[in-house]
Design a protein around this ligand. Sequence first.
Ligand SMILES: [Zn+2]
Length: 471
Amino acid sequence: MTDRAQQTRTSWLATIARYTRDPDQPGSADYWSPSLDCASRDELRAIQDAKLAALTPFLYENSAFYRRRFDRLGLAPTDIRCVDDLPKWPVVDKTEMMADVETDPPYGTYTTHDNALWAARGWMMFSSSGSTGVPRIFRYSQIDRELWAWANARALHAFGIRPGDTMLICAGYGPHVFAWGVQFALAKMGVACVPGGGMTGEARAMLIDRFRPTVVTCTPSYALHLARVMEARGLDPARSSVRMVLVGGEPAAGIEGTRRRLETLWGARLVEFYGCTEASPHCGGYSCPASDRGPGPVTAHLMEDVQVWELVDPDTRQRVAEGARGLTVCTSLNSESSPQLRFVVGDYSVFDASKCACGRTHVRAVGAFAGRADELINLRGVKMYPVQVEAAVRAVAGIGDEYEIVLASNADGLDVMTVRVEHASPSVATDVAAEIRTRCEIRCDVEVLAPGTLPKTEFKARRVRDTRRAG
Ligand SMILES: [Zn+2]
């Protein structure tokens, strides 16, 4: 490592430490820090600017990927010293990162760590769950994991989780950030945890009955599945010890029908984590006490002292005006080993920077998040998200939890969509088709199957089956 590389790293680490509150210090309010969570917008911007000014020289001196990109763009690290400078740096998307990995397998060159530093720091491997393409691999150092645990603990605190709670994590663990991020935060907070990895729904239902967790963590699809497993065993989830269901990995809180169904089934509050493997570790979006209490749609905060969130136009990739809709872009300020400078996370959102009723000043995603832009369904030029179909399906009373969207080319070569749902009465097809026509502006066939016909979702739901001809 060159002297300059070491200097910029030391300076970056010192900057991060300056803005990281130690919950073990006397006078600390644990994971609620008014100086960070309720800072004025100007104060937040000053923190972001200070971190960015330390980050860009650090990236330039320590990461081959970033150095090449700075040089190619004719930019010096000092050209990007504050949030207002960010638009000079064109956004980085998955394709660009995948090309880097292909040229330099298996990790690519964007990390700031050489092999010696990786060995000295210790690391853990994660992979993207890959809604599109092959899973991509990321490593995060122990320093990153400690910062991650702290940021996630702040989010868990915002959900209302405290020592005295017991959380059952229903996840396969594996190299996925969601469950591990929650796990690390619980350990930091001193909150009890039952790791429910690698077991059946029946076994997990028995854990709930026996060990009485107050919080269950899983994907929204799994929360539905687990509640049904409990019912089948004669256990009523709404009368269980569970007071909160923490979901992530799929959109849920922003889909009114899904949120209501889960909250009713469990007799519990639904809270949500939002993020992606690339811009981990560190909390992305999270529910707060006021997320679902306002007159308008649900909201999710984004933790702005550790990340910069922007919205860009999907075509021009330029920042959209304040209050306009755009695709999420994240700059992670608090990752030593794998920082991101304007990475396209790619969910459509609208941001509201006004102060929240919970007291936090960090920006909120209005309506939470509704799925990645690359999940967009294009049917004969009409574009829609699977969640729009989900909202339509859930709007019809008595529909089962599972549903499927099948895209196919018919005998005339025309692309058609069939939505398969479960209901005791076949006549409900008309109602479902009408809801879909209203919400997605498209006509489709609806196939009503007997309850229990569609495969049960165990982890992330695969709702869309596209059998259309290639190209
Ligand atoms: Zn809030």
